[in-house]
Design a protein around this ligand. Structure first.
Ligand code: PLP
Length: 374
């Protein structure tokens, strides 16, 4: 991945720096309004990163000690960490190997009287089965939260991810590895005004009056600190980058899909390689292009990555299995989720960034065809 930062970002950042307002203020408000327009969400709350977004999303659902939250083990570690921050227990449920997303049937079997929520990740931006998960959550009267860190610009059943048709809260990341970036940054969308109000309070120290309100007031206003809050603000400098990025998002997604289609055509039918298809009911932003070396060992996968690197082509391992990390084995012992583990060991992320030239794309294609084990 390589972020695409151009003159538009630089101009807006310069203007913001000259404005004298550089932390959360008018630019953040503008970004939130444009994010609502882009996703169809009722409310958008900008925060420092997606990890903070996940923490606050579970917090406003009043999740705490004694509660269980169903999470996929096959995700970035922040997904499950958010549950631990609140003293609750992440209940890992294995993935569907064809989609790499939480398996709704396995999730149904894991619900207990303590289950408060399902936290589903749209892995590599590929929308999970929201219809089935939302139905499951509704039947058990528990919340559904989306970790859409990778899924800005993806669509599910003809609606943008983040539109809150299926879940209570959707969390996005603006890290440089994601579709659009502000350096670091995040966003939460929700249709519930009560949750939005609590999120705004919690992201800024629990402060009853924002800096922007105080600054705009003709009378002296003093703030109150009504709840234990956090400093999870996005700055106006970051929001300026985000505004330029968000306006480019449709073009960025189209270009990624073009490159992915070239890869798909070139690798289709290669023995020993499994590709990931776009779900019929979704439009995938192609945040990460994964191939799977089916049946291969971790060592064979790493050797393939090394052969690519020897030719100057950087790849990355597939998505991690959170339950295997020491931060989790020391708490919960050794758990096993065979589909997640096999996918972690066999998948490779290939280079995919919007500025790739035809020559670079062809170099990757040629190298993968020649060097993949078969
Ligand atoms: C990147 C990522 C995160 C963390 O996002 P940050 O903005 O870096 O905190 C969380 N969940 C998933 C699935 C991710 O890919």
């Amino acid at each position: 991945m390589r972020p695409e930062i151009g003159d538009e970002e630089i101009a807006l950042v310069t203007e913001t720096l000259r404005s004298g307002w550089i932390t959360q203020g008018p630019r953040v408000r503008e970004l939130e309004a444009e994010f609502c327009a882009a996703t169809g969400a009722g409310h958008a709350i900008a925060v420092a990163n997606c990890t903070a977004a996940l923490h606050l999303a579970l917090h406003v659902l009043d999740i705490g000690p004694g509660d269980e939250v169903i999470v996929p083990p096959h995700s970035y570690i922040a997904t499950a960490n958010a549950v631990l921050y609140l003293g609750a227990t992440p209940r890992f449920v294995d993935i569907d190997p064809l989609t790499l997303n939480l398996d709704p049937f396995k999730a149904a079997a894991a619900i207990t009287p303590r289950t408060k929520a399902i936290l589903v990740a749209h892995q590599v931006g590929r929308p999970a089965n929201l219809a089935a998960l939302s139905d499951l959550a509704r039947r058990h009267r528990i919340a559904l939260v989306e970790d859409a860190a990778c899924a800005a610009g993806s669509r599910y059943q003809d609606q943008p991810i983040g539109g809150n048709r299926w879940s209570s809260l959707v969390c996005f990341s603006f890290h440089p590895r994601k579709i659009i970036s502000t350096g670091d940054g995040g966003m939460i969308t929700t249709d519930r005004a009560d949750l939005a109000a609590r999120l705004r309070l919690l992201r800024q120290h629990g402060m009853s009056v924002t800096d922007l309100q105080r600054h705009g007031s003709k009378t002296v206003v003093s703030e109150e600190y009504t709840v234990l809050g956090y400093n999870y603000r996005l700055t106006d400098v970051q929001a300026a980058i985000g505004l330029a990025q968000l306006r480019k998002m449709p073009a960025l997604v189209s270009r990624r899909r073009e490159i992915a289609a070239l890869y798909d055509a070139a690798f289709a039918g290669l023995p020993g390689i499994t590709l990931f298809e776009e779900p019929a009911e979704a439009r995938w932003n192609q945040q990460t292009y994964l191939i799977r070396l089916t049946g291969r060992t971790l060592q064979e996968r790493d050797a393939f990555m090394q052969r690519l690197l020897d030719e100057g082509i950087a790849s990355r391992r597939g998505i991690m299995s959170i339950h295997r990390e020491p931060a989790y084995t020391t708490r919960f012992g050794l758990q096993h989720f065979p589909e997640s583990e096999a996918a972690s060991d066999q998948c490779v992320c290939l280079p995919l960034y919007t500025q790739m030239t035809a020559r670079e794309i062809n170099r990757v294609i040629e190298a993968v065809r020649r060097l993949a084990p078969h």
